[in-house]
Structure formats: structure tokens, C-alpha cells
Design a protein around this ligand. Sequence first.
Ligand SMILES: Nc1ncnc2c1ncn2[C@@H]1O[C@H](COP(=O)(O)OP(=O)(O)OP(=O)(O)O)[C@@H](O)[C@H]1O
Length: 571
Amino acid sequence: MTVGHGASVTLGRHQTLQQAAQLLATHGMDAVDVVDECGGSVGRCTWRMLLWAVAHGMDRMMTVEDVLAACSIDGGTEPKEDGTEAPDAKEDSKATAELERLRRELEETHRLAETMKTVLDAAYEGVVVVDGDGVVREINRAYCQFLGIRREDAIGKHVTEVIENTRLHICVQSGIPERGYIQKIYGQPMVVHRIPIWRDGEVIGAIGMLIFQGVSEVYEIFRRLQELSREASRKEKNGTAAPKQEAATSAAVGVERIIGRHPTIAAVKQMIQRAARVPSTVFITGESGTGKEVAARAIHEAGPRADGPFVSINCAAIPEALLEAELFGYEDGAFTGARKGGKPGKFQLAHGGTLFLDEIGDMPLAMQAKMLRVLEEKKVEKVGGVSGTEVDVRIIAATNKPLEEMVRGGTFREDLFYRLNIIRIHLPPLRERKSDIPALIAHHMERLCQQYGVGGKSFSKEAMEVLIGYSWPGNIRELVNVIEWLISMVEGEKIEREHLPAYLSAIQPMAASMSYGGANIADRWKEMVYQSERERIAAALVAANGNKAEAARRLGIHRSTLYEKLKKYGF
Ligand SMILES: Nc1ncnc2c1ncn2[C@@H]1O[C@H](COP(=O)(O)OP(=O)(O)OP(=O)(O)O)[C@@H](O)[C@H]1O
């Protein structure tokens, strides 16, 4: 558009309807001449013409030239120069209503944008928003002041041109949130959070936050962590089992370490918080890999024993003959091969803390009787010992076996079952809380990439759909293993559908009653699952050179589950 000498305003023929409306509104005009590149008049744009275009559902981005042409083809609906020929009254009111709706929509958008800007500017932290290409779309006053730049100069530029050492554009590609990272800006270590913005399964941008007050706090947290780690190694030297590496490296504590917002998991988190407050025995059930140990640690960390040890023992992994010594310890010379000076048992090591009895359903009957006595008397007697020692231990037990059925079948003691089953927490299988899959993937991807020192990876929409569609029989452990495998196998930053193991894409049954090629689809499905699981197990055994413990780890299932499957598939 041009404003010539003597305030003569014209509109270029390639300008849009939206620009035409803006021009008329800005200059308070009813009509404006439409000109070509040489300034020659090609027609006249009026409010009536704009109303006509809106009434005919034309796009706001259409050129004025096209609208002029459409008007003339329409048989002169557009008024002639003198404006005597108006659109008919019905169309006129339709157009007016549409314009009014657009005006209100615009007003609302402006109001929201203003509110958002006020909120952003009032925030103490620096906030920057980038789009899917890493281009700055919004930045607040605090960030601009810190960087010493003007908002207008930052907006529209790639974030790397605006903020030193930023990784926001990488966060957009990986889709992985980065919280509490240190970023050097102007030589100062700053604490930043980088959070991807997801829409319809795709990352469409990211928000960066600069925490001005955070550095000293972070150093304080760091100092406390160092103290804790020193404490842990002191305890390890004294014989207390160190927590798993995963738990030690994770900053999350208590229910924080449980990822997921599905209602079933939200209810579990509530139960955990309640259970943490009381000393009663907790009994956790759920399929293998659903996070029973994670839940047990969360209870320990959220309760008053958090400063005490968390000791875990897998009752299925220890041969029957050694289980008693592992649990209660042994005296010097208690049996052939016993360590000189004896050894404390898990109960003693957990004194003042929590003992997690995993796979309790696999505990032999004879051992169950001894366990019941210890739980009732709160005293343990070492193998080869003569007197008992008092222990103050909170018990959390877990199993993936149907313990009630085992009680009925006589393979699990009823009295021990009731002694354990005081607070019951059931962890749902992953297939029943699929909405948590993206968050679990993001969490473990970030954790593992940090652990391996590699850059983050993101999933294509198709790959994510496959991961969400799969039934995850090995639950979260299987998911973690798939992520670990992908991190080491995929070179690039984007994980595509074809990078995923083939068994994840197997067709799901649509309806059990449907038939396909004469065979019942549910039977075909079962057969396919059977085949694919058999192949996966065979592949894992080959990859692990026949080592069953390693194969079970690769498959994300417990060793005892692998043995059952080996039997089932006739290996
Ligand atoms: N809610 C969760 N959020 C994040 N990670 C989880 C969650 N639950 C489980 N995991 C991860 O899944 C894996 C398996 O968890 P865990 O060992 O607690 O399962 P489990 O039910 O005790 O398995 P099993 O019955 O075989 O002993 C671990 O890598 C753990 O970090």
C-alpha cells in the first residue's frame, strides 16, 4: 500500500483482503483505488466489496485483484462506481454477522495475548518461547533485561543468535524436557529449564526458563547430595547394600520418581503417601516390570525412615539353601564356605530403615514359617547363632503371583499372607495406562542419554504411535529396554517407525469375534503373539550367548519368568 504526496492512499493489486480491511480501517476510508505496479488504476476496493467477499466465504489472504475479478464474474454484485448496486439484504446481514464474529474473535485473541504478555513480564524468571524451527516467538522483559537486548530485536531470530549456549532448539528436536541444567551466559552459570511444547503428538516449540535465584540453591542441593553420597559409601563400607545406580543418579525422591498422571497411577501415588506415614507392612502387587520396587522406594523415601537404609532382596533369585543366611546372616564358621567373621543378614542391614522383599511368592514354605516368626517377634537369629537380635525394620513385600490362589492351593502360608497384606497397593499394567507412555519415554530417554553422555533423540509421530499401540507385556521394564536399545542402535537424532523392533508393530486384534481368512482373528492373534514372543526370546538368548540372566535382563522380564517361558516354548 502507498501513501503518496497529498495523502493519496492506494492499494496494490496483489495485497490481500485482510490488508485492504486494515488499510480502510486505519485511514477511516470507505473506498481505495487498487493500482498495478505502474500505479495505473485497476479498480476500486470498498467496504461493500469486502463484505461481499466475506459473505461468499472468500479467504482473508486472497488478493484484491482476484476479488475484483470474482465480483465482475458474479454479474456485478459489487456495486458500480457510484455504489448504487448493493449486495442483497440477506447476504449483507450474513456478512455483517460474520465480520462481527471475526471482530470479537480478534478482540479475544488480543486480550489473551495482552494478558499473557503481562504475566510473562511480571514473572521474575526469564522466559523465552521458540517455535518448531527454534525461532524466538516470545521473550519476556526479565530475559531481555538480563541479555541487554530489545524484545523487537530478539523476536523472529533463531534462538542461537539471541541466547548464548542455548539448547532450546535441540529440546524442540528431541522432545525431551531438560530441567535444572546449568547454562553459561556471559560467563555466569545459570540454572535453566527447557520444556518442549507438544501438540497432537508432535513437538511444536519449547519454553525456556532462566532461574536467576537458582544457582546458589543448586550448589546447596549439590552440597547435600555430596553429603548423602558420602553417607551412602560409609554405609556400603559397613556392609549395607548400596541403592541401584538408577536410584542413586536420579534426583527424584518419594512419589516424584513415579512418572505418570493416569488416574490409576494417581491413586497409587496417593496410597503411597498415606502408606509412608504409618509403619504398617505394605504389600505391592502387579505384573513384572510395573514398578513395584520403584513404589517401595517411594514409600521409604516419603516416610520418616527416609534417612535409614533401603535394602532389597529378591526371594526368587536366591537359591533356597542360601536364602536364610542372606536374610538373617550367619555366624563365623556356620557352614562350609562361610565368610570368616560371619555376615550380617538383610534384616540387620535394614535396621532403622526398610526391607523390600521382592517376589515373596517364590519364598519356600519352610522359609515362610521362619519369616513369620521374625515379623512377629521382631528378632532375628543368625544361621549358626544362639540368640536373637532385635531389629527395627519396616517391611514392604511384593509379588507378581496370585498369592490368594497360592494360599488356597497351600503353597503360601495363610498366616504370613495376612501378616503382609495390611496395606495393599496394586500397580496397573502399562497397557491399562497408555496415556503415560510418552511421559515415561521422555523421562527414561533423558535419563539414559545423560547416563551414556549422548545427545537426546526424538520419535517421529508414526514411531510414537507404534509405541503407544503396543501392549507391553514386560511393562515399563520392557519399555526402558527398548529405549536403551534404540539409543545404542539409532545413529541419527530422529527415531523412525522402521528403527523400532519389528515385533512392536504386530497387528493388534480388532475384535475377538471377527474372522479373517476363515480363521478366528483372536486365534490368529494368539498365534502371532506366540510366534513373536518365541522369536524375541530366541533372539535374546542368542544375543546373551545363552546366559539366561542376561537374556532376561534384555527382555525386561524376571529370570523366573524367563524360565517359565522357556518351558512354555519348549526351549
Ligand atoms: N512409574 C514409573 N516411572 C518411571 N519409571 C518406572 C516407573 N515404574 C517402573 N519404572 C521403571 O521400570 C523398570 C522396572 O521397575 P521395577 O523394577 O520397580 O519393576 P517391578 O514391578 O519391581 O519388577 P519385577 O516384578 O520384575 O521385580 C525400572 O527401570 C524402573 O525405573
